[in-house]
Structures are given as structure tokens and as C-alpha cells.
Design a protein. Structure first.
Ligand SMILES: [Zn+2]
Length: 81
């Protein structure tokens, strides 16, 4: 596993624990990552979906598939909408 790959996995883990985690971008080490949760089915978001981690500087993305989403799954979406 490359160092960069490991950092992305660490970032995924940080956000699994805390949706507001402050995580440096593993790609450019300059920007910060933010997440967007996209449910397979918006009406039943507990079924899971994709969590997209995206850098605000270089726009690099990492997509994680959650079939059994973490407790904080979708919590950002409900706050913002
Ligand atoms: Zn970046």
C-alpha cells in the first residue's frame, strides 16, 4: 500500500468518527477534505450509499461505499437541508 493510499484510508476513518474532522488532503497536502454523503435511496438513506471525500484545493476525490453506514452517516446532509 502506498503512503498516499494509507492517508486516504486514515481520512475515511477520521470522518467515520467525526463528520467535521479537519483532515489535510493526502494528495496535495495543502487543502482540507470535506465530505458529501450520497444515499442510494434518499427516502431510505439508512440503506447506505457513497461518501465522497473531496479536497477544496486540488479537487481530488475519494469515494467510499457504505452498505452498513456509520452512525454519523448523512448527518451533515440533514443539518444543511
Ligand atoms: Zn488536495
Amino acid at each position: 500500500m502506498t503512503e498516499k493510499r494509507k492517508k486516504w484510508l486514515d481520512a475515511v476513518e477520521e470522518f467515520r468518527k467525526n463528520v467535521n474532522a479537519v483532515v489535510e488532503c493526502p494528495n496535495c497536502s495543502d487543502g482540507l477534505l470535506s465530505i458529501t454523503d450520497v444515499a442510494f435511496d434518499e427516502l431510505d438513506f439508512k440503506k447506505g450509499g457513497e461518501r465522497i471525500l473531496k479536497c477544496d484545493k486540488c479537487d481530488k476525490c475519494e469515494v467510499v461505499l457504505y452498505r452498513k453506514p456509520p452512525p454519523n452517516w448523512y448527518s451533515k446532509n440533514s443539518k444543511e437541508n
